[in-house]
Design a protein around this ligand. Structure first.
Ligand code: BTN
Length: 252
């Protein structure tokens, strides 16, 4: 048995053969005060896995990692929620990068992990906000590890890219360690390094791509991501447009 070399994240792991959604189960357990900060719920199979924008997250039983982490980031204000998206995506990025020196890993705004131009992981963060800031955060992660069949054309897995299988538990512990590393940096209040690293790993930054917003489709270039997570895209006529989460979609 392998143990997480951490202070609090992953010290308590609830492992289930099946559940609806690890995010939903975590929210229920949190409401009953059954969770400590750093607790993890992991399952081999979700019957109602949730993706971003109300989509579904499907994953073949036992092949991939689907889990949620419980945090209490009181030190973040509501306006600083995006720090959690940065932290989670960079933790995943570091782990995947460490598997192979020539893997091309990027973060697609806000927090998809892209490996060799295909999506390898998705993150769904659900926060509870009160007057003093973020009282609770549920960080749900789906990482395609050993799945080699039935992947969408735009998706991939570690096994597919690196042509070998990975031990799920070991990959989980790598992620947990990396997450705690970034979480402690966030808690120290120094966001500079995390902002710079995120910005330098931003997928399609400074490249022309095809986007869709509420007005229509357009060619644009991602210029940067603001501290609060707002994405800035320059359109063909040189106008800089700003988008909150869900307001724009990459088409190509
Ligand atoms: C996305 O759409 O990219 C986000 C996918 C997030 C999936 C994970 S799997 C574990 C956790 N529980 C859920 O129901 N969803 C997240």
């Amino acid at each position: 048995k392998i143990f997480a070399n951490t202070l609090f994240i992953g010290k308590h792991i609830v492992s289930l053969p099946s559940c609806h959604s690890t995010n939903d189960l975590m929210a229920q357990m949190s409401a009953k005060k059954q969770l400590h900060e750093g607790a993890i719920i992991i399952t081999k199979h979700q019957t109602k896995g949730k993706g971003q924008r109300g989509s579904q997250w499907d994953s073949p039983e036992g092949k991939n990692l689907t889990f949620s982490i419980f945090l209490k980031p009181h030190f973040l204000k509501a306006s600083q929620q995006f720090e959690l998206n940065r932290m989670a995506s960079l933790a995943l990025l570091d782990v995947v990068k460490n598997l192979s020196a020539d893997a091309k890993v990027f973060v697609k705004w806000p927090n998809d992990l892209i490996l060799n131009k295909r999506k390898v992981a998705g993150i769904l963060i659900e926060n509870s906000i009160n007057q003093s800031g973020i009282s609770e955060s549920i960080i749900g992660i789906g990482l395609n590890v050993n799945q080699t069949e039935d992947l969408l054309p735009t998706a991939t897995s570690l096994a597919k890219q690196f042509e070998k299988e990975f031990e799920l538990e070991k990959v989980l512990l790598d992620i947990v360690q990396r997450l705690e590393h970034y979480y402690l940096i966030l808690r120290s209040g120094d966001f500079r390094f995390i902002h710079e690293w995120y910005e330098s790993k931003l997928y399609l930054k400074d490249k022309v791509a095809y986007y869709e917003d509420s007005i229509g489709k357009f060619n644009g270039i991602i210029r940067n991501v603001h501290p609060d997570g707002v994405l800035e895209i320059e359109d063909e006529s040189g106008i800089h447009k700003k988008y909150h989460f869900k307001e724009v979609r990459l088409l190509s």
